[in-house]
Design a protein around this ligand. Sequence first.
Ligand code: FES
Length: 150
Amino acid sequence: MLDTELAIGEVSERSGLAVSAIRFYEDRGLITSDRTAGGQRRFRRDVLRRLAFIQAAQRVGLTLDDIGAAMAGLPADSGPTGPQWKELSAAWRPMLDERIALLEALRDQLDHCIGCGCLSLERCRLNNPGDRAAGLGAGPRYLLGDHPPA
Ligand code: FES
C-alpha cells in the first residue's frame, strides 16, 4: 500500500523537482504541507498532481502568478476532486486554446511571411507588399491570425 503522506525527498524523487523548488512553491503558497513533531514536512500525495500542474503550466509560459490565481480555487487542506480540476481546466481552456493556436501558427508559418514588417523574405513581396500588414495592427499579423490581403 502506497503511503498517503510523503517526505520532501520522496516528493522530489517522484516529481523530478529539486527539494529547493518544492520549498519555493510552498513559500509561494502553491502547495502546503504538515509538520511532524520534529518539524519535518509531510505532504499529502495530491501534491504530486499540483506540482505536475505547476510544471506543465510553466512549460507553456504561464507565470507563477497565473498559476497561483488558478489554483486559488482549489481546496488547501484536501486533495482537489475531479470536478474541481475540471472547473479549473474549463476556466483555462480559452487561454490554452489561444496559446495552442499561436504555437501551431509558429510551427507552421515560420518559413512563410508572418507579416511582421521586416520584408526580409522573398515571400514578403507577395504576401506583404509595402508592409500592407501594418494596416492590420502591430506585431506579426499573420502569425496572430490575420490573413494576407487577397
Ligand atoms: S516575414 Fe516579416 S514582413 Fe514578411
